[in-house]
Design a protein around this ligand. Structure first.
Ligand SMILES: [Zn+2]
Length: 87
């Protein structure tokens, strides 16, 4: 959802901007919470960082391997491919 607020902020000398409190509150972003910064075309997107499966992006996967998170579904797919490659 793209919502234009008309809010203009200036970037400070260290490259920082303040995310409006209303936006932080509505997205549940609190002090010290990690956020993920990415580029989409000519826009900079800041989103609340949440643990996701490295393969499919599903939220809060349950399996951790070498510091990467994987969901059960992707793990099952990998196991199946490993089994198939033996034949
Ligand atoms: Zn997955």
């Amino acid at each position: 959802m793209k919502l234009s607020t008309g809010i203009v902020r200036r970037v400070d000398e260290l490259g920082r901007i303040v995310i409006p409190i209303e936006m932080r509150n509505s997205l549940g972003i609190a002090q010290k919470d990690p956020v993920e910064i990415s580029m989409e075309g000519t826009s900079i997107v800041v989103r609340k960082y949440e643990n996701r499966c490295v393969f499919c992006g599903v939220l809060r996967p349950s399996i951790k391997y070498n510091d990467k998170l994987i969901c059960k579904k992707c793990l099952a797919e990998l196991n199946k491919q490993a089994e198939d490659s033996k034949n």
